[in-house]
Design a protein around this ligand. Structure first.
Ligand SMILES: [Zn+2]
Length: 424
């Protein structure tokens, strides 16, 4: 509608071009002429986005309209401790040369978009930022930074929250945007052009939620912190290492299926996706090096053939900087797995969350967690005791056993996604 009004104003000027008028009046009308309609367009993003197999995601450098949430990236996450993306914009006015706005100052700012989920019936809170820029490497503690992939002239820091650049000869400028690297931390980026009232909202960005699935054991060789196999199923003889892989792959598939809408920026990595063993420290490092939020190790118990039940292990408080967060995650995962098993078997047993023993696959150093920076929550799910006859029948023999496995994996997947949003 604004466009139509502007065109009418332009025609009126054209028809009365010879009429006497004052400069003041003429200037007022000129503001409505179409060649003066200001545009600020997001035109490119960097770097390009890679999927879990390091393949380029097509179109990932092309900005989409608000409210599409463009993923941010974590480069060397344990060192930089920040998620970022770079944005190039074009500032132009219809019917004017590219250089029309050269040298004007562009002021960059952002507003939070993440809203903490609430229970049904509760009122949602205001959007907030997750995490704190102060935990980033010193050079990334501001929200805006000089970009590297794009040229930006006149970069100047105003405060932690704002920076300015200037429009260059070709009508462009650019910025690097930083957000604390917590799952689903999100921001709407705005710019204000010198001489214009109000800021213009440009683009939405979101930190991906990153989950690493770690199927226990594998292969034929023992590795430090990971034996090739431990438990063996009672009747079927199916090995723990085979079940952990089957469950891991099912959870990955389930998470991919849930990767829609508000969860579109979820990335899922695995420590192994075939029958081989991986040393314990390397499993943890898959989480650390990908900047993961969650590492879920999957195991099955074996004991005396009688014991059964679902339990989840976390590292003891004395050697765990994430103890409370791990406990919350473990409760979600354990409850989900137990409830799914109980829905098929009333003899299911909830053995709860245990934190007595150190876990070989999950040392703080390998996870990349320190006293001041501990982004990675890690738990180890012992789904059931497979040397128990009833459990083996439930998981691997009885008609419908595949559905039992699937229901457990679907439930665990839901718990992981819930933890990504509810964890604070
Ligand atoms: Zn095991």
């Amino acid at each position: 509608m604004a466009g139509t009004a502007a065109r009418i104003a332009y025609r009126r000027i054209a028809h009365s071009i010879t009429s006497p008028r004052t400069d003041t009046r003429r200037r007022e009308v000129l503001i409505e002429r179409p060649q003066d309609v200001l545009h600020i367009d997001a035109i490119a993003l960097a770097p390009q986005i890679l999927d879990e197999e390091d393949a380029v995601v097509e179109g990932s450098t092309e900005p989409q309209p608000i409210p599409h949430k463009h993923p941010m990236v974590k480069v060397e996450p344990p060192i930089n401790r920040i998620a970022h993306r770079e944005l190039r914009i074009r500032v132009w006015s219809e019917g004017r040369p590219d250089g029309h706005h050269v040298g004007k100052t562009v002021t960059w700012s952002m507003a939070p978009l993440f809203v903490q989920p609430v229970e049904e019936g509760q009122v949602a809170g205001d959007p907030v930022f997750r995490g704190d820029w102060a935990q980033a490497a010193p050079e990334h503690r501001d929200r805006f930074e000089l970009p590297v992939a794009f040229t930006a002239t006149g970069f100047a820091r105003i405060s932690q929250e704002q920076a300015t650049t200037t429009v260059d000869d070709s009508g462009h400028t650019a910025i690097r945007i930083n957000l604390p690297p917590i799952a689903f931390n999100a921001a709407r980026i705005s710019v204000q052009l010198e001489g214009e009232d109000g800021a213009m909202e440009l683009i939405d960005l979101e930190v991906p939620g990153i989950i690493v699935i770690d199927p226990g054991h594998g292969g034929t060789e023992n590795q430090p912190g990971s034996s090739a196999n431990n438990a063996t199923s009672h009747t079927s003889g199916i090995l723990e290492k085979t079940l952990t892989l089957d469950f891991g792959l099912r959870i990955r598939t389930a998470l991919r299926a849930l990767r829609l809408g508000v969860n579109s920026n979820v990335l899922i990595y695995m420590t192994r996706d075939d029958d081989r063993n991986v040393r314990g420290s390397d499993r943890a490092r898959v989480g650390r090096d990908n900047g993961a939020d969650i590492l879920l190790s999957i195991h099955f118990n074996g004991a005396n053939g009688v014991a059964r039940g679902t339990e989840t292990l976390i590292r003891p408080q004395a050697s765990n900087h994430n103890f409370d967060a791990d406990m919350a995650l473990a409760r979600r995962v354990n409850g989900a797995a137990y409830n799914a098993i109980f829905s098929h078997d009333v003899d299911a047993r909830d053995r709860g969350v245990k934190s007595e023993t150190a876990l070989a696959v999950q040392s703080e150093g390998d996870l990349g967690n320190t006293a001041t920076w501990h982004p990675l929550r890690a738990v180890l799910l012992e789904v059931e005791f497979i040397d128990n006859k009833a459990v083996d029948e439930l998981l691997s023999i009885n008609e419908g056993y595949e559905q039992v496995r699937q229901d457990i994996c679907d439930a665990v997947s839901g718990a992981l996604l819930q933890d990504l949003r509810r964890n604070t």
